[in-house]
Design a protein around this ligand. Sequence first.
Ligand code: ZN
Length: 441
Amino acid sequence: MSSAAVTVTRRPSECGAQMMHLIEELYPICRSITGEGCRESLRLLQGIVPIEMHEIPSGTPVFDWTIPREWNIRDAYIKNGRGERIVDFGRSNLHVVNYSRPIHATMSLDELRPHLFSLPQHPDWIPYRTSYYSENWGFCLSDHVLQQLQEDAYEVCIDSSLTDGHLTYGELFLPGDTHEEVLFSCHVCHPSLCNDNLSGMAVASFLASRLRERPHRLSYRFLFVPGTIGSIAWLSRNESRVPAIRHGLVLSCVGDSGGFTYKRSRRGNAEIDRAVAHILKHSGKSFAITDFSPYGYDERQYCSPGFNLPVGRFSRTANGDYPEYHTSADNLDLVSETALEESLDQLLAIVNLLDKNKTYINTNPKCEPQLGRRGLYRAMGGTPDARPLELAMLWVLNLSDGEHSLLDIAERADLPFAEVSRAAELLSEKDLLQNKLAKTG
Ligand code: ZN
C-alpha cells in the first residue's frame, strides 16, 4: 500500500481538514490488534510523520500476557437459502466479530442465532464486538435485519486466518534538549470507528508533526499501539526507558463535538494533571475532570502499580458516554474538522506548558526592581488596573524564589500560563530572572 497523499501544511487552520481527510482514508480499513489492517493504517500515518513500525512475534511473552496469533480477514458473509448476502463484510467490517476464527458451514437459524449480535435499543446500528482471547466466531448486524430473519438454511462464511505472525505497533521519538520524556499513546486496533479512535490517531500524528517543526526542551515519544496488548508489550520491552517518562497522555475520542474530558493519572496530582486542568480552565471551552479509575484505555497499563506513571487521558466525550460508542454510528458524521482542531490546539497548549514550566530565581529579590526603567512597565502611573502582562511580571518576580515553578505561579495568580511564561521571558531578557537549573548546575 502506498502512503497517504496527505501532506502537512504549515497553515494551522488547515490541520482540521487534513485530519478529517486522514480519518476518511483510515475509516474503511479493517483493523484489529494484529494483522495487515494495522500495518496499512500505520503506513498511512507515515505519510504525516516518520513512525517506526515494530513487529513482535506471536507467542512472545509480555508480562502476564502472550502476543496472540495474527488475525487477517478477506471476506465474510451470511447467505440465505436464495443465495443472497444478507450480512456482508464488504459493506461494513463491523459485521464480523473481530478476531473470528474461520468458518464455512450451512446451518439453521437456531444454530446461527447464538453467533449473532445486535443492539435492540438502536435497531439501525451495527454493534462492535471482539473475541481476542477466546477462540470464537460471530456476526454483528442491525436489529432491524436480525428481526426479519426466518427459518432457512444459511450459508455462513468467515474467510479469516489466525496464524503465527506478529503484533505491529508504531513509535516515533522526537529528541529534545533533555532526555526527560512526554509520552503520547493512542490505540490503533479498532476497525471502522471514527471517534474511538481514528480521531486519536489523527490528532497524535498531527501533534507530532507540529512538534517536529519547532525546537523543544523535552523529548516526545508517540506510541500507536493496539489497545491493552500493545501498551503491555511496549512497557515489557522498554522497561529501562520508563523512568525517563515525566508526563504522559493517552489520547482517545478527540473528534466529537462534546466538551473536553480529562481523566487524571493514578497519582492524581502529577504535573500533567495540573497542566491539563490549568489549560482547560483557561481555554474558554466546556470541560470535565474525572479521577483515575482502572477502567478505560491504555492508562490502565501505564498507571498499573508497578509503573504508576504520570499518564492521564485526554478526550472529548469519554468512551461509553456517547450512545454511538462502539457502534456503526461512530462514523464520519460523528467527528468534525472543528472538534479535531480544537483538540489539537489544547494539546499544543499543554505541550507548551510542559516544555516551558521551569523554576526561576529572582536576581533582584530585595524590593521590586524598577521595571519602568527597563521598559517593562508603562510609563504613566495611576491607572486603576494592572495590565495582565504587568500583573504576571509582578507575580513571577515575587514567587521566583527557587521554590515555585511557572505553573505554581500561574495557578496561584490565576493567570493563563502563556501570560506568566511570556512575563518570565521578558524578565529573563533583562537579567531579572535566572533559571534555577542554570544556577545550581
Ligand atoms: Zn474502544
